[in-house]
Design a binder for this molecule. Structure first.
Ligand code: MG
Ligand code: ZN
Length: 371
């Protein structure tokens, strides 16, 4: 039977106030590059399920610092991916469905936009459409995550160096206006490819022009449906961005479909997507080990499915069960590696991920986040 915990309204209100952070431990060397990796829906149970389903240690176990974050949004204990990603990109708790806007619906300045302003190269990689809530929150400012065509137009308003993901139709087959954003990207100097013309493996992208690779017209398939580009994209992107700027780069990489497997209460797909994301983590860690100037932060926007691992009849196997088809409010893990990783230990708010990345980059204090 479900046990309900009633959260008093006052307590809910108090969640909205960010606690004063405990003083950070002294920071040594700061990173030149930050790779933020978001496992959408990746709670501790999803990580554990991947771990026990694998014959080897997960790549994320190489991280030297771990933390836990509180994922509630401004108005709800249970966040969606828009508010969850906007907490990371802008540092504000906002309402569910928001994309790069704070709770007052005003646009907020994102870490990607600041990185670009500081002369860093920037990139977004995902296994969903590139206009989906998680990547969108780093580049777009719309009050409603469903407005994919409006989100797509924001990719023309920045000088993002690389993006990889699905959703080509929001650029190419627009009903909101007559624009052809694929043409506009090309005119702006981008090399634009898609899955039907060239596999990512067949691209050897020169860094003299910015790059787009559309992995699907709408949403890319899952690992079970043959999708295999995330680890490869994660190998290509840091090298590419490093060549695009001497000042460093900011790159967000998302394993988007851990969440979708959770919504479907599909345990085998949860494991597949988790392990695919971990393969990508392996690629990012390899780059960071070699480079020595790259901070990797791996976290989740929320847990999905209320997943549990129970003993099955056989002593060495687990029954993976789900409590819900929705997201849950559990704390989610943070794993960090590289210079600045020490900032990410402890228990804190998802919005602090923004501040910690900002501090790790050594960016000047945000003067006015609204624009
Ligand atoms: Mg997502
Ligand atoms: Zn979800």
């Amino acid at each position: 039977m479900k046990q309900l915990i009633i959260i008093p309204a006052l307590l809910l209100l108090s969640f909205q106030q960010t606690l004063e952070n405990p003083p950070a431990s002294p920071v040594g060397k700061l990173p030149k590059n930050v790779i933020l990796m978001i496992g959408d829906g990746m709670g501790l149970t999803q990580v554990t399920a991947g771990m026990y389903s694998s014959n080897k240690r997960l790549n994320l176990e190489k991280c030297t610092v771990t933390g836990l974050i509180k994922t509630h949004s401004a108005r709800n204990i249970v966040t969606d991916s828009g508010a969850g990603a906007t907490a990371f990109s802008c540092g504000c708790k906002t309402y569910n469905g928001a994309i790069g806007v704070c709770n007052d619906k005003k646009p907020c300045w994102t870490i990607l936009e600041q990185a670009e302003k500081q002369g860093l190269a920037t990139g977004l990689v995902t296994t969903s459409s590139i206009t989906h809530a998680t990547p969108a929150s780093f580049i777009a400012h719309v009050p409603d995550r469903g407005d994919m065509q409006a989100i797509a137009a924001y990719f023309l308003q920045t000088d993002i160096d690389l993006f990889i993901g699905g959703g080509k139709k929001y650029f190419a087959e627009r009903t909101a206006d007559q624009r052809n954003l694929v043409q506009e990207l090309t005119d702006k100097g981008y090399r634009v490819y898609d899955f039907s013309q060239k596999k990512l493996a067949d691209l050897s992208p020169a860094a003299d022009q910015p790059l787009v690779w559309f992995s699907a017209n709408e949403e890319p398939p899952g690992v079970a449906g043959g999708r295999d580009y995330l680890p490869l994209a994660t190998r290509i992107a840091p090298d590419f961005l490093q060549k695009r700027s001497e000042n460093g780069f900011f790159l967000m990489i998302e394993g988007a479909q851990i969440d979708w497997a959770g919504h479907a209460n599909n345990a085998p797909n949860t494991v597949r997507e988790m392990l695919d994301f971990d393969d990508a983590i392996g690629e990012a860690l390899r780059f960071a080990e070699k480079d020595g100037e790259t901070l990797i932060v791996i976290t989740a926007d929320h847990e999905t499915g209320g997943m549990a691992l129970e003993q099955s009849r056989s002593p060495d196997t687990l029954d993976m069960t789900f409590q819900t088809k929705s997201h849950t409010a559990s704390l989610v893990p943070v794993f960090a590696y590289g210079p600045g990783a020490e900032l990410f230990g402890g228990v804190y708010d998802n919005t602090d991920i923004f501040q910690k990345m900002w501090d790790a980059f050594g960016f000047p204090p945000p003067v006015e986040i609204k624009k």
